[in-house]
Design a protein around this ligand. Sequence first.
Ligand code: ARG
Length: 578
Amino acid sequence: MACFFRRSIAAKLGRTLQQPEDVFIPALSAVPVFKKQQTADFRLSINTLRANGILPSSGDIQLQTENLASQLKQDSVLEDISAGRGAIHFKVNRKLLVQKILEPFGKDDERFSLNSELFNTLKRGTTLVEYSSPNIAKKFHAGHLRSTIIGNFIANLKQSLGHKVIRMNYLGDWGMQFGLLGAGFGQFGCQEKLKQNPLQHLFEVYVQVNKEAEHNEDINQAARDFFKQLEQRESEAVSLWQQFREITVDEYQRVYKRLGVHFDIYSGESFHQDQAQEVVQQLQSRGLLKTSEKGTGVVDLSPAADMSKVYTVLRNDGTTLYITRDLAAAIDRTEKYQFDEMIYVTDKGQATHFQQLFQILLLMGHSWADRCQHVPFGLVRGMKTRSGEVVFLEDVLDEARARMLHNMSQSKTTKEMDDPEDTAEKVGISALIVQDFKGPLLSDYTFDWDRMLQAQGDTGVFLQYTHARLCSLIRRNEGAEAAVFDPSLLLEQTSVSVLQHLLRYDEVLYQSAQDLQPKHLVNFLLKLSHLIASAHRELPVKGSSRDVAQARLRLFSGACSVLANGMRILGITPVNKM
Ligand code: ARG
């Protein structure tokens, strides 16, 4: 929707400076709405033009700005052009602003505005996003929750920008924990409990057997034996392992569904056992595998090749490690899915692991490793529920729902709801997501139920509330919204501010696609909600003449579409009633 204006400005600049218009697109941006009274809608950065070689980078920048501004004449689209500090400001014709932004809203909200010329520079292709990736029988911690919602956001974003997206979950489904689990299950396990509450029961057995292993050498031996049987694919061991895995995946799928998350592929470390040994062979034949003093197999990553920085890929008993399986998994994925880029989402504690992974792949001659990226995030402190520590994803979701339901019970509209539990769940989850996405992903933060669930303030609840309120306004006036409306009835500053803000939507998505940070979108939607709140106050629909009411409804439904669209990209399901 900002396209039309960006195009016209770029075309004018192209004619004036005798350049193809496209070169100006990156230097143009919609002016963020700070103060209420803001006249300019777009700004052209002279610095960017200098950096891109369009204007000479020597000479006085202010002189250049004023010079260029004076050459640009107003026209029917651009009402005012003026020189600011190092930038030229454009004010677009007010009626056109209203028309062009509110025009394209038809039935096809889902995709609107997502074809912006800004996105043409993005290389669209196949993106594989790996996220969530919990470990079977172990705790699902806050890091896994963050990985799940961040990965889902990245996948949604890429998809909405036209990439083909493959969503992958890489389970921790291999390793000594299965030896212990297999050995311990006979003693502490119960098939009945496993069926009733699989994750809980597996975790209990795992905790018990670990405790036992601290003082009981027999159980350790049994664990080693069981794991060996697994590695040798002995059917009894394999079928127990398979049962654990299947039950866990089923259970996770049910919980992910509550979160609105899904995966195309459930892979896992177990898939790459044999391939990991092949990787070791390849490292050897390329002369990259060295033996350390301890007898382990290592790859030397030190610049001087003096073994001062080595990475272990093989234990001295010949078994492979986490990194070896990751090497194999990456190679396998490139062959199977021919991705154009691959994104791993985990906490920052694994940053070195991924650096080393990519480095070893490059050494092995896999130049596509340059198209792999790790998106790290910070720690969450104090994620607790009323009953204590969080062990499972479900605990957090239940708590969010219960607390939200409690807050909602204070409000009278809850009674008119068809399914308050479902609404509380969706709103509670949006609170979790907004709290998590507000700052830079790399920052640590402290989990705070009370703050995140506030209805006022910058929360997910506020976004949902704004959306529900818009929906209710639109519902109450069903049929009143007309296809044709008079743009001159939307020229109040409050309305113009909303429209000016909407001009930034594609830039915000573009920015998020560059650095994969959700904060730009979250802050954009929060600001939009504040502007909508003012519009509700100052531009009533009820009691206005039919024409005015029609025009205002148009504004509200346009804002509602953008809000809903942005929320969906974040991984939030907008509710219609609250
Ligand atoms: N299962 C791992 C953990 O919980 C995360 C896996 C991350 N992905 C990977 N390809 N290594 O720490």
